[in-house]
Design a protein around this ligand. Structure first.
Ligand code: FE
Ligand code: FE
Length: 278
């Protein structure tokens, strides 16, 4: 896979180390010490995700007329992302999704919540459509208004062309106070894409989890509250409930799909048709 990340999960790993509960919260975290690939990844992401880019990708992908796949076909397809030559990537994409779902199931959450865990990262198939890493993963952020310094590596926004557009650099930019996140164009990636794929089928709480799980500036740092409606704020409790399962469910014991397939096949059939539009 094309860099700068060695593999897509390197971004996920960086986020979980940032929010590692065993780490002491420091007033200032020195991300400059993170690996050059991660830094370069954020530099590209923050420089190239302009509002125009986001709108163009939405036009390109959200018609959902590229392919039809079952959840299982999509998981298999996503799994082709795994780079066999990389010894760190011992967990496949299927395993991350399954471990997230299994951790949610162990805690006795509703079935739709477990299912949300299983599919939350399926949007990463964007990588297989030729999208660069910086347009698939990464912390998401609103475009069309001022960047918050709560977004990691926010200094890199200085090279984004939108930074030089004064109408995009006021606190509200093109938005109205508390307009609701649905009206806000976040940077493009696997979250927004998968939200649209799953939209007809999952309860709203699950859709919020999928759509905003990489919006760390909001759900972890409390930024951009002024764009959120009261309803968003209420629903963000679900985004926050989901996040630890995404970040901390990685473990050495690999879930055996063969043993779990029965349970998950039934669960998938309960909510989804046999094929989804991607
Ligand atoms: Fe994700
Ligand atoms: Fe994930």
């Amino acid at each position: 896979m094309d860099g700068p990340l060695e593999h897509l999960e390197q971004w996920d790993d960086f986020v979980s180390s940032r929010y590692d509960p065993a780490k002491k919260t420091e007033a200032f975290r020195d991300y400059e010490n993170s690996t050059p690939g991660v830094r370069e990844f954020y530099r590209l992401n923050h420089t190239l995700q302009t509002r125009d880019f986001v709108l163009q990708k939405k036009r390109e992908y959200l018609g959902l007329n590229r392919m039809q796949m079952s959840v299982w076909e999509a998981l298999d397809y996503l799994n082709t992302l795994v780079d066999d030559s990389d010894p760190d990537t011992d967990l496949s994409q299927i395993e991350h999704n399954l471990q997230t779902a299994e951790a949610i199931r162990r805690d006795g959450h509703p079935r739709w919540f477990v299912l949300t865990g299983l599919i939350h990262d399926l949007g990463k198939i964007l990588c297989l459509k030729g999208e660069p890493q910086w347009a698939v993963v990464g912390d998401t952020f609103p475009t069309g208004c001022a960047y918050s310094d709560k977004v990691v590596f926010s200094n890199y926004f200085r090279d984004n062309p939108d930074y030089a557009n004064p109408s995009y650099q006021t606190r509200l930019g093109i938005y109205d106070e508390h307009c609701g996140l649905d009206k806000v164009d976040l940077s493009w990636g696997h979250d927004e894409y998968m939200y649209h794929v799953a939209k007809p089928y999952l309860p709203e709480a699950g859709l919020y989890m999928i759509r905003y799980h990489s919006f760390y500036a909001a759900h972890r740092e409390g930024a951009y509250e002024y764009l959120m409606s009261d309803h968003d704020k209420e629903m963000f409790q679900w985004v926050r409930a989901f996040n630890p399962y995404d970040l901390y469910s990685k473990s050495a014991d690999r879930p055996k799909l063969s043993e779990l397939k029965g349970y998950y096949a039934e669960l998938v059939n309960e909510y989804f048709p046999s094929k989804l539009n991607f």
